[in-house]
Structure formats: C-alpha cells, structure tokens
Design a protein around this ligand. Structure first.
Ligand SMILES: NC(=O)c1ccc[n+]([C@@H]2O[C@H](COP(=O)([O-])OP(=O)(O)OC[C@H]3O[C@@H](n4cnc5c(N)ncnc54)[C@H](OP(=O)(O)O)[C@@H]3O)[C@@H](O)[C@H]2O)c1
Length: 402
C-alpha cells in the first residue's frame, strides 16, 4: 500500500476516513527528528509488471510489518488475499483498509490462526483446505523474535512452535491444495540462520536454547528447501525470503533490542516495512522461470528438486554476508573470522537502507534476487530429519498427502 500517502512523515499517522478506520496495530516506533523522505512507500514497486489476477494468496501475520505490506502488495496487484491472523477483529480492520486503498481488490480474513496452538493451526488449515478454488501463494510470514521460556502441551518450545512447527503444520495440511494449484510457498527466514547449526532435530523442539530464533529461522530454510525437494517436481515452488533489517514490532518484545542505543539505531537506520518487505514480495510474486539460475556451461537445466532459492536484497546479498565466515572456525583465526563477520554484518545491516536511500535505483542495493544461504542450509540429512520430527509433532504422515 502506498502507506506514505497516509503518512506524510514517519510517525505522523494521518486521520483516516470512516471507510478506512484507524488500525489499532502497533506501529514500529518512529525515529524522532528523522530527516526521512516524506513518501518512503513504494511507487516504483507499484509500477512493476506483476499481474496476480485470478490468484489466491494466504499471508500469515498480516496485522503488521512485513506481512501487512506483503498482503497489501498482493491485493493491489490483483490477487484475492486471505489474511491468516490470530486477532480476527484487527484482521478485519486491515482487510477494510487494504480494500479501501485499492478499490476492487478482495481481502478476506480467515478464522483465528494462533500459531502457539496446534489446535488453532489445524482448525484454520482445515477451513482453508475446504475453501473452494485454488491457493496459489502461501507466505509463511508470522513470527516471533522473543518470548519468555515456555513450552506447549506437547513439550515444544514456544518459539519453535510459533516460528516453525505452526507454519510447518499449516503448510503440510494444505499441501494437496498447494500442489493442485502449482503454488508458490515463501518461508520468511532471516540472516540469523547463518550463525547457527541444528545438529539434533529433536533438540530444536524440546531444548529451549536449541530452539531460539536463529534455529527457527534455519528450520524455515530447511523446511522450504525440503518442500522443494519433495514437491518441486509436482509443480510446487517453495523458496525462502530474507527481508534484511526492518524496523517492525518484532523488536518490541525483546529485552535486549527494545531499549537503549540499539533500539534507537534500529528505529533510525533499519528499513521501514514498506521498503523492507520487498524481498518477501518479490519471492511471492516474481516470475519463477525468469529468476531460475542459468545452468552452468554444458550442464542440463537445474531440476526442480535442486532449484533451492533464497531471496534477499541489498547488502544481504553481498558476498561479505553470504560468505560462510558467519560460523567462524577452529582456533584463533577461526574465531576472528566469525567475529569479523558478525561485526561487519551488524554494521552493514545499519547501512543497508540508508545506502538504498542515498543511491535510489542502484540494483546492488534495491533488487531482490536469489543468493547463497549458509552452505549448511543445503544439508539434506538434517532437513529430512526435521521434516520427520515435525510430522510427528504435527501428527501428520511423513510422506506428502496428495
Ligand atoms: N523485522 C526484521 O528485521 C526481520 C528480519 C528478518 C526476518 N524477519 C521475519 O519477518 C517476519 C515478520 O516479522 P515482522 O518483522 O514483520 O514483525 P511483526 O511486525 O512483529 O509481525 C509479526 C506478525 O506475526 C504475527 N504473530 C506473532 N505471533 C503469532 C502467533 N502466535 N500466531 C499468529 N500470528 C502471530 C503478529 O501478529 P500480532 O499482531 O497478533 O502480534 C504479526 O502479524 C517474521 O517471520 C520475522 O522472523 C524480520
């Protein structure tokens, strides 16, 4: 949505009409005294030749941040959009707001989708599965950065439940509809997948520290890649999107990131959601064939099972970040490598959006494109093990049900 049209300056929320009721959603804190441009929204994005007429898209976590912007973009470009949100009332207000901004578009709100509860996820998925017509795009966006230590009745850490098991269950319960629709599935992951490994699939679920945010985001990558390996040949297109560094509500409940200098820096330098959502939007709406990596000279075209895509944008596609230095290594030099990667990634994350503003239109800063995830993300063994353990917790067959 051209949210800038309603927000002449960040933080100054324009009064909306009765048709467009003010949304009670929590806005990410605005930078004080910002010299930000008055219209940071995405007019260039709106001019993209994307036509999603006749497509049906489901976006989870559309009440704020990246999910809201993604739902808005898809609706603006012709898709019928279903909002998968836990607060149905908030979802209805957002649906009205998007429809008012793009007359003629269709946005509906599903039943409540609370990813903390497997019952809620299953009830939601059943309703969507029963819904007539295709499901062409699924964006698994809803996520949580931090929560106090707690476990579900099944003994699954709450972060893993919300960030991985819930989206896994939802996707698996919709798999036959998705395959029949030759759908695109986008898992929203993060650069943090690069700094960790999952050695034990069960620990992701039951060990609180083994199921932290970065492990969940790595699980999101494994799940998208495994989905593509298992169903890519049937026409499904599963991929990962890394939004980069975006100032959203996700930082608000983190004890470390919600206050102090770091919070000031996030609010000042991270991209606003209407800019930060673009890698996710591209992954959800791009022409799959146009983005397919060209085969190496003399090699056959990449088979769908091997077409594993990780979309990112700006500095998050640069070799410094995509290198495998993130994991460091043994000894002094190994540690130094990891520390250098960490420091330079933090610095680059604060430069990404300011650089994009300073050099508008520079493809290296603005174009979303497939890039290299951490090399460990291609580990088929652990991806398959996580799939199987997830299926056990989700009480679903391990093999796709088509
Ligand atoms: N912001 C960044 O810099 C960044 C970077 C990398 C990746 N990401 C990823 O981007 C995705 C979107 O996050 P965001 O930054 O846009 O944050 P956000 O504004 O906080 O949005 C998170 C969304 O997830 C929903 N959600 C949280 N817990 C839920 C639950 N139990 N059940 C259903 N929905 C739930 C929230 O709904 P409520 O409104 O009901 O809370 C909200 O709509 C996440 O997957 C995150 O990991 C973000």
């Amino acid at each position: 949505m051209s949210r800038g049209a309603r927000r002449p300056a960040w933080g100054a929320i324009v009064t909306v009409t009765a048709e467009q009721p003010a949304r009670p959603r929590k806005e990410a804190a605005a930078p004080s005294g910002s010299s930000a441009p008055t219209a940071p929204a995405a007019p260039a994005q709106k001019k993209m030749a994307v036509d999603l007429k006749g497509k049906v898209a489901l976006v989870t976590g559309a009440t704020s941040g990246i999910g809201f912007e993604t739902a808005d973009f898809l609706a603006a470009h012709g898709a019928d959009v279903i909002l998968g949100v836990r607060n149905v009332e908030a979802g209805q207000k957002i649906a009205k707001e998007i429809m008012a901004a793009h007359p003629g578009c269709k946005v509906e709100v599903g039943p409540s989708l609370d990813l903390t509860s497997q019952d809620s996820v299953k009830a939601f998925a059943s309703k969507i599965a029963e819904r007539k017509g295709p499901l062409n795009i699924l964006v698994n966006n809803a996520g949580l950065g931090y929560t106090k230590k707690s476990f579900t009745e099944q003994g699954v850490g709450m972060l893993t439940q919300v960030n991985h098991l819930g989206p896994y269950t939802l996707t698996r319960m919709l798999e036959s509809k998705l395959v029949a629709s030759k759908a695109r599935v986008v898992n929203v992951a993060s650069v943090t997948h690069r700094i960790t490994r999952i050695k034990d699939a069960r620990a992701l679920f039951t060990d609180w520290k083994g199921g932290f945010y970065q492990h969940n985001k790595l699980a999101n990558v494994y799940f998208a890649f495994e989905l593509q390996r298992r169903l890519g040949a049937r026409g499904l297109q599963a991929c990962v999107a890394d939004p980069g560094a975006v100032r959203t509500n996700i930082y608000n409940n983190s004890p470390k990131l919600s206050k102090g200098l770091i919070n000031v820096m996030i609010n000042k330098f991270y991209a606003p959601p209407e800019d930060g959502a673009k890698a996710v939007i591209h992954a959800a709406s791009c022409d799959w064939d146009a983005d397919r990596p060209a085969p190496a000279k003399g090699k056959a075209k990449v088979a769908p099972q091997q077409d594993l895509r990780y979309y990112a944008r700006g500095v998050f596609t640069w070799p410094q970040i995509t290198s495998d230095w993130a994991m460091g290594g043994k000894g002094f030099l190994g540690k130094l490598k990891g520390d250098l990667w960490g420091m330079s990634t933090v610095v680059l994350s604060f430069l990404d959006w300011p650089l994009r503003r300073a050099f508008p239109g520079c493809p290296a800063l603005s174009k979303a494109r497939p890039c290299k995830p951490g090399s460990h993300a291609y580990d088929e063994k652990i991806a398959s093990e996580i799939w199987d353990v997830s299926a056990e917790y989700a009480e679903l067959p391990k093999a796709p049900q088509l």
